[in-house]
Design a protein around this ligand. Structure first.
Ligand SMILES: [Zn+2]
Length: 231
């Protein structure tokens, strides 16, 4: 199991949950659930990366949060609400450990430590959404794209990211032409290499300098809520 959240579970929480998690493969762009839909499963990505996106009646969507091997998708619905607040879409294909929402709920009710961990995790997802709203309103496209690519790199543990400019534009809520201009500038500065539908991060350190503060803020908050010593 290579999901960091599952790894920080106490032995009792692990015993309750691990046998009920079933690994499954998901393709890029697969929709796990739609907004306002009744959620039936909880997803612990082990190599896949999932985006939680807000959709509009015009068909547009914009990303609120990204969850990968550092978290879980659908936990708050499992604990009670049952309804998804956003669309869950597989942004990078790979493996996800899946269980029924009822399994997670009963495990959380049996283990206060698991319940506490899930609540803290949901706080980190909420924090990401809040940060994304501020980021969208305030930060430049170049800084936002750097933030987004770094987050995808952290979760996928790969410098090679299969994203089209169109998809990046959708996730960031900007026109494709803006993404094209920024990707060109980043390539000329030696931070990325861009080929059709593929981005390679060449200089992650320089990219961190170009990213907006949101990248570090979300990371720091996650460490404070879930990081080492916070079991
Ligand atoms: Zn930002």
């Amino acid at each position: 199991m290579k999901n960091e959240l599952v790894e920080v579970l106490s032995p009792s929480g692990w015993k309750l949950l691990a046998p009920r998690l079933k690994p499954a493969q998901f393709e890029q762009h697969h929709v796990l659930f739609e907004a306002d839909e009744r959620i039936r499963h909880v997803y612990f990505p082990t190599s896949a990366v999932v985006s939680l996106v807000t959709t509009l009646s015009t068909g547009e969507m914009i990303e609120a949060a990204m969850v990968g091997r550092d978290g879980v998708v659908g936990a708050s619905a499992a604990l009670d609400g049952k309804i998804s607040l956003s669309r869950g879409i597989v942004q990078l294909g790979g493996e996800i450990a899946v269980c029924d929402i009822d399994v997670l709920k009963s495990a959380a009710l049996e283990s206060p430590k698991l319940l506490s961990l899930l609540i803290r995790h949901e706080q980190t997802v909420y924090a990401q959404a809040q940060q994304s709203a501020a980021c969208f309103a305030t930060h430049q496209v170049e800084a936002r794209l750097c933030r987004w690519l770094l987050r995808a790199r952290d979760l996928s543990e790969s410098d090679d990211l299969p994203f089209t400019q169109e998809y990046l534009g959708e996730m960031l809520g900007v026109r494709r032409t803006s993404v094209t201009a920024v990707a060109k500038a980043l390539q000329e500065a030696g931070l990325i290499k861009y080929a059709r539908g593929k981005i390679k991060i060449v200089d992650a350190k320089a990219m961190q300098k170009s990213a907006c503060e949101c990248y570090g803020s979300v990371k720091m908050l996650y460490d404070r809520l879930i990081g080492p010593g916070k079991k």
